[in-house]
Design a protein around this ligand. Structure first.
Ligand SMILES: [Zn+2]
Ligand SMILES: [Zn+2]
Length: 254
């Protein structure tokens, strides 16, 4: 049994194929998936998925790339996070790849999410791109280690992984780890302790080999598990079992 710890099934390109996508999940033994919110405007669609399907869960948050959208405050996040199917705050974080001017509003928004996670004691889903130093700095300043969480779609260095692990965070690997040129990331996937590792698709993006370049979906998460198993010289069942246990522990799912 596999778990996709991060996907965007509410995105229209996936919604229109929903039956097919859920069928492939079942066929590939992907038993659970976390549907991750990127905007308050579309959060109702994320929640609707988790309400309609017992094996789908939801998070609430506003992605750091989304500028023209409703700005969350702590109270608003808490009100939405109170729903029993909402198991995490995010995705949040910093992204200086798409916002090269390193805007202050991203850091303000990130702090808001960390404060909400403290208040409701739900874990954080953190996105970081070209912004590792500031991401780690804000995590430290706002004591993100208390609610804890996951560094999702991890593409940073081993040093960044170590710093996040030191704060009690989990590291989640996506299809990027299966790409031939992702040599440094494969090293990180060999290094991260198995009891602190998650796997994800981040679908509809970043389909793993052998589906690279196509639309991604949760059923493909098994290819991420298979690749990490190969890198670490362990049976795929080990990766499946451990990443599933980690998911249940982190998001407090029984
Ligand atoms: Zn992300
Ligand atoms: Zn995402």
């Amino acid at each position: 049994m596999f778990v996709d710890s991060h996907c965007h099934l509410d995105f229209p390109e996936l919604t229109e194929r929903q039956d097919e996508i859920l069928a492939l999940m079942a066929q590939n033994a992907v038993s659970l998936a976390l549907c991750v919110s990127v905007k308050l405007e579309t959060f109702p669609r994320v929640l609707a998925l988790a309400e309609a399907h017992p094996h789908l869960y939801a998070s609430v948050g506003v992605h750091p790339d989304n500028q023209e959208c409703e700005e969350p405050d702590v109270d608003r996040l808490l009100a939405l996070a109170a729903h029993p199917r909402v198991v995490a705050i995010g995705e949040t974080g910093l992204d200086y790849y798409w916002h090269k001017d390193r805007p202050e509003w991203q850091r303000v928004r990130f702090r808001t999410h960390i404060q909400a996670a403290h208040a409701c004691n739900k874990p954080l889903i953190i996105h970081t791109r070209d912004s590792a130093d500031d991401t780690l700095r804000l995590m430290r300043e706002e004591k993100a280690s208390v609610p804890g969480g996951v560094m999702h779609c991890f593409t940073e260095t081993r040093e960044v992984a170590e710093a996040a692990l030191d704060m009690g965070f989990y590291i989640s690997f996506s299809g990027i780890v299966t790409f031939k040129n992702a040599k440094a990331l494969k090293e990180v996937a060999r290094y991260v302790p198995l009891d602190r590792m998650l796997i994800e698709t981040d679908s509809p993006y970043l389909a793993p080999v052998p589906h690279r370049g196509k639309q991604n979906e949760p059923g493909f998460v098994k290819h991420v598990a298979e690749h990490i198993a190969e890198l670490r010289g362990v049976p795929v069942e080990t990766i499946a079992r451990q990443t599933t246990d980690n998911f249940m522990t982190l998001f407090d799912i029984v």
